[in-house]
Design a protein around this ligand. Structure first.
Ligand code: QV4
Ligand code: CA
Length: 511
């Protein structure tokens, strides 16, 4: 403990790269649009028992109410104030969620929308989730308070006031992203309002923040805000703990702004990860799983200890943001499970699992015209996350994190944490395998023919339960069993028409 305090006292605050999870918990899940009462229950009944490290929640601050279209999910990315008051719940419910999740060792990461307020066309009145008055035209947000002085209008040099050219770093930071009123983060007053909001959340017990639209803020302005943040609440965290920071920066290359500009503040989302993995698993453009041998920095991604990685996110699972058609989502379930399984088995980055809701997609000329549709609701009130007898979710919540293959790979990642990537094998096509030290091993068959081969797993001899096809329950396996001989070798057969054409075994699945 003393050493830890010394480190942060010395300003070696590497800590903002650490997710502050409990020892041995190595992933977070994004419970997109869930209510606080449901997250609290999920922490206790599911996430803690299954080794999830934390939850990314939807923005908890008051947002504009959009009625045309009717209550889109993206209204939550248009702040009206920093009151903890949204369709997900009020401050009491928020406090209860943070306390109950922390008490079972599951952290809360807040989606902080601090680059802007609502859209310039947001109008005036009290159409907001907590009834606060605002006037977008005059840039008045009295519930913060912000006034016209607190926005970048005078600083933006484009005629429209909006971002017109992503190759001009000044525009990208100082002008409006899709018409969203751009806050003047160079002003100490604005930095202080934002820091007060974030410190309120830190004092309640959150472990860190997703910084929305980080590309649209100067790295130095972000740092000025972070320098104002409290250490985490010592009720649940060691003294001197710094909030975990992961900045949303979409950098697929070719723009003026790069992810590395933000490394000094914390981790950064690596959007190349999901875009490339989707292309490989879909076998597009001649991509093959055999090419994943040097996955990670070898593919031009940022350093692993700066990366926040995911297969899909709330934007690109519905065509917003970046990643394009290659992005795999729950709609592509069989390939999606393989991609998430590969991500969770591979040592690169800190991993985030997406948990979505179903909506009625309607493609017109290749574009889903229903991409705006918000969470399952009854006349605008978000529906409860009901749990079915088979442990899946009801009410159109997809709950990917509860799919056996994904839930068990979250545990796999915990078991192999710190173990080296080794024993790679491939058939030169789409059959690959690799291990993590002597703790875990995974085999994929994404070819159009069966896999049957003997591989060096690196594991001690014994009988292992395949955690993709089943579960180890009461010392037995409800799925495929794998026999590892004392020399670490095992025979694997995977049909290309298997429900899930991959097998994963690890130290805790040994019978
Ligand atoms: C429209 C016009 C504007 C006009 C404006 C007038 O497009 O030209 O000036 O009206 O008010 C919604 C609407 C959008 C509308 C805007 C403002 O979709 O049509 O502008 O509101 O009224 C989400 C959605 C956006 C949504 C936004 C705010 O994706 O569609 O805009 O929320 O409600 C870039 C960024 C990256 C960003 C990504 C989507 O670099 O940071 O685009 N990703 C994050 C979030 C994302 C969110 C935002 C940023 C904004 O992940 O969910 O955008 O907070 O790549
Ligand atoms: Ca900005």
């Amino acid at each position: 403990m003393k050493f830890f305090v010394l480190l942060s006292a010395l300003g070696l605050c590497w800590a903002q790269y650490s997710p502050n999870t409990q020892q041995g918990r190595t992933s977070m899940v994004h419970l997109f649009e869930w209510r606080w009462v449901d997250i609290a229950k999920e922490c206790e009944r599911y996430l803690a028992p299954n080794g999830f490290g934390g939850v990314q929640i939807s923005p908890p601050n008051e947002n504009i109410v959009v009625n045309n279209p009717s209550r889109p999910w993206w209204e939550r990315y248009q702040p009206i104030s920093y009151k903890i008051c949204t369709r997900s719940g009020n401050e009491d419910e928020f406090r209860d969620m943070v306390t109950r999740c922390n008490n079972v060792g599951v952290r809360i990461y807040v989606d902080a929308v601090i680059n802007h307020m609502c859209g310039e066309g947001g109008g005036a009145g009290t159409s907001s989730t907590c009834g606060s008055y605002f006037n977008a035209g005059n840039r008045e947000f009295p519930a913060v308070p912000y006034s016209g002085w607190d926005f970048n209008d005078g600083k933006c040099r484009t005629s429209s006031g909006g971002i017109e050219n992503y190759n001009d770093a000044y525009q990208v930071r100082d002008c409006r992203l899709t018409g969203l009123l751009d806050l003047a983060l160079e002003k100490d007053y604005v930095r202080t309002q934002i820091a007060n909001y974030m410190n309120h959340l830190i004092d309640i017990g959150v472990a860190g923040f997703r910084l929305d639209a980080s590309k649209h803020m100067w790295p130095g302005d972000i740092k000025a805000v972070l320098d104002k943040l409290h250490n985490l609440n010592t009720k649940w965290f060691p003294g001197g703990s710094r909030p975990f920071i992961f900045q949303e920066v979409i950098d697929l290359g070719g723009e003026a702004i790069t992810s590395s500009e933000y490394f000094g503040n914390g981790r950064v989302t690596e959007f190349k990860y999901g875009a490339k993995l989707g292309t490989v698993i879909r076998r597009w453009n001649g991509e093959k799983m055999a090419y994943l041998k040097n996955w990670g920095e070898g593919w031009g991604f940022m350093p692993s200890d700066r990366a926040l990685v995911f297969v899909d996110n709330h934007d690109n699972q519905r065509g917003h943001g970046a990643g394009g058609a290659s992005i795999l989502t729950f709609w592509d379930a069989r390939l999606y499970k393989m991609a998430v399984g590969f991500m969770l088995a591979h040592p690169y980055g800190f991993t985030r699992v997406m948990s979505s809701y179903r909506w009625p997609r309607n493609f017109v000329n290749g574009q889903d015209v229903n991409d705006w549709i918000g969470p399952p609701n009854n006349n605008g009130v978000i529906k409860e996350v009901t749990i079915n007898p088979d442990t899946t979710c009801g009410n159109d919540w997809v709950c990917e994190h509860r799919w056996r293959q994904i839930r068990n790979m979250v545990a796999f990642r915990n078991v192999v944490d710190g173990q080296p990537f080794q024993n790679w094998w491939d058939n030169g096509s789409n059959q690959v395998a690799f291990g993590r030290g002597n703790k875990g091993f995974i085999v994929f068959n994404n070819d159009d023919w069966s896999l049957s081969t003997t591989l060096q797993t690196g594991l001690p001899g014994g009988t292992y339960c395949d955690v993709i096809s089943g579960d180890k329950i009461n010392g037995d396996c409800t799925g495929i069993k794998v026999y590892v001989s004392n020399d670490g070798k095992a025979q694997f057969s995977i049909s290309n028409s298997a429900e899930d054409p991959f097998i994963a075994i690890h130290a805790d699945s040994k019978l």
